[in-house]
Write a protein that binds this ligand. Structure first.
Ligand code: NAP
Length: 294
């Protein structure tokens, strides 16, 4: 039976570290690190995520605010808002909650945020730095998974890692980070042929396909470490992932639960990134970014 990679517990450890870092920052600079979350439209899931982010930031002593815009907000207004936040001295981290309504260009919006305040790590400059092995603000979900691997001392060097999914926010940066950890990385995506043969060979399998309970035990090698990034709500209101837990837990050696796995780590690493951004902007650190983890 798989042991659990307990995201809630590791996230608490990150919270404690951030809280201490926030206190030290306050003493040195005379203000709290500032996070601004921009929400456009009224997607119910986005509203919940944004609320969680604001609440956690406040609990850790940060100055956090949510800027809410109606779904039909013109792009020019959103870009002007980002320009203002880019300029604001007290704002260290800016995040635009995705997905955006269809009339807005996600890339244009992401690229408008100055890279040193891009605490989501989606700006091409940060992704390029990540790819180059330079300090960067890295996307929070893969960063959180890496932190969990560190916590549980999951061996990565020389291991066969398969990442299912190649999105810019999860799968692609995850694979690059694991390559930096000296794993042998393979990406599986919707056009992959014989995907089962590939995943069954994985020592570590990270599943980020966005398909509810798609991966059952038949995809998994005996003793593999399985990370379930997916979040889905069933008709009964229960949360579940991309992995069918009941079938995989018999085979895997380690498994992330849903809820309580990757989700809490993602929000925790956003706080981690915001503190790192604040420290860099105020000259307390000369490292632009929070990755590589040290
Ligand atoms: P996404 O942008 O929809 O990307 C899904 C990826 O999976 C794509 O690369 C797609 O391939 C691939 N894929 C789809 N069907 C596949 C199949 N049958 N076999 C192999 N690969 C397949 O999703 P995402 O943003 O990466 O998120 C993935 C999941 O994680 C979602 O459920 C999302 O809600 C969840 N999520 C959770 C957190 C968290 O904090 N826990 C954070 C972010 C996302 P193509 O590129 O070929 O289309």
């Amino acid at each position: 039976m798989a042991r659990l990679l307990d995201g809630r517990a590791v996230a608490k450890e990150v919270h404690r570290e951030v809280q201490q870092g926030v206190e030290t920052f306050r003493e040195a600079v005379g203000r709290a690190p500032g996070l601004r979350v921009v929400l456009v439209g009224d997607d119910p899931a986005s509203r919940i995520y944004v609320r969680k982010k604001r609440e956690l930031a406040a609990r850790l002593g940060m100055d956090s605010e949510v800027l809410t815009f109606p779904a039909d907000t013109p792009e020019s207004l959103l870009l002007e808002t980002l320009d203002r936040l880019n300029e604001a001295r007290e704002v260290d981290g800016i995040l635009v909650q995705l997905p955006l309504p269809d009339h807005l260009s996600t890339q244009k919006v992401i690229q408008r945020i100055v890279p040193e305040k891009d605490v989501d790590g989606f700006h091409p400059l940060n992704l390029g730095r990540l790819f180059s092995g330079l300090p960067a603000f890295a996307p929070c979900t893969p960063l959180g998974i890496l932190r969990m691997f560190r916590h549980y001392a999951i061996p990565l060097e020389g291991k066969r890692v398969v990442v299912m999914g190649r999105s810019l926010i999860v799968g692609r940066p995850m694979g690059v980070m694991l390559l930096h950890e000296h794993a042998t990385v393979t990406w599986v995506h919707s056009r992959t042929q014989n995907a089962l043969e590939i995943t069954r060979d994985a020592d570590v399998l990270v599943v980020a396909v966005g398909k509810r309970e798609m991966v059952d035990g038949s995809w998994v090698k005996e003793g593999a470490v399985v990370v379930d990034v997916g979040i889905h709500r069933t008709e009964e209101g229960r949360l579940t992932g991309d992995v069918l837990r009941s079938s995989v837990e018999e085979k895997a050696s380690w498994l992330t639960p849903v809820p309580g796995g990757v989700g809490p780590m993602t929000v925790a690493m956003l706080m981690w990134n915001t503190l790192a951004a604040a420290r860099f902007r105020e000259g307390l650190s000369d490292r632009m970014g929070s990755y590589p983890l040290v």
